[in-house]
Design a protein around this ligand. Structure first.
Ligand code: SME
Length: 189
């Protein structure tokens, strides 16, 4: 699992220690930033990050983006892993809490998070980070794991810094493509 990025291969599901995990992120970060250097299309950046973060984070069982498609609505974007929910309202789940608050959500045990959405019943912990553009939340990066407490604060800070650089001021964010009323109820999470 190191085809896209020069990192030591590690099997999916491996839980590295905190220091090793951070070192792996530090090694990957310049490679990821180089891969998206000069890109302004947010889907190109999201797709590349989903791919390369999947390589970087072996403890992730799902890694990808939910895009803001309405004032209070997220819709699935580029990801790696099993099929995710298609649409998530701001008042639902860890992703909704992140988009609503604009703050990183570190959830060591999803069963303790009241509105958690179980797209994958095996998910035990999550880290969801906001992506900003022109002062607004434009997307969230959702990282899920089958292990309890797979993510930590240092990792969250390192990934926040990566996102701030990858989604720089020149990203060409679209207008919200449709509002909450444009999303079929049956497909909402
Ligand atoms: N678990 C997330 C939903 C997204 S999927 O799991 C990919 C949440 O509670 O926001």
């Amino acid at each position: 699992m190191s085809e896209g990025i020069a990192l030591p291969p590690v099997a999916r599901g491996t839980l590295l220690g905190a220091a090793d995990k951070l070192e792996r992120i530090a090694e990957a970060t310049p490679q990821i930033l180089a891969a998206v250097d000069g890109e302004r299309d947010p889907i190109v950046v999201q797709t590349t990050l989903a791919c390369l973060l999947w390589e970087t984070l072996p403890h992730a069982s799902w890694a990808g983006f939910y895009r803001r498609t309405g004032p209070r609505m997220l819709s699935v974007g580029p990801y790696q892993g099993p099929m995710g929910c298609l649409h998530i309202a701001f008042d639902r789940g860890v992703c909704g809490a992140c988009a609503h608050s604009g703050k990183t959500q570190l959830v060591p045990d999803v069963n303790a998070f009241a509105s958690h959405i179980a797209c994958d019943g095996a998910t035990r912990s999550e880290l969801v980070l906001p992506v900003f553009g022109r002062g607004e939340v434009r997307a969230v990066l959702d990282l899920d794991s089958h292990a309890l407490a797979a993510f930590d604060e240092a990792e969250a800070r390192a990934l926040e810094a990566l996102l701030a650089r990858a989604f720089h001021d020149a990203i060409d964010w679209p207008a919200f493509s449709h509002g909450a009323l444009g999303t079929p109820d049956a497909r909402r999470a």
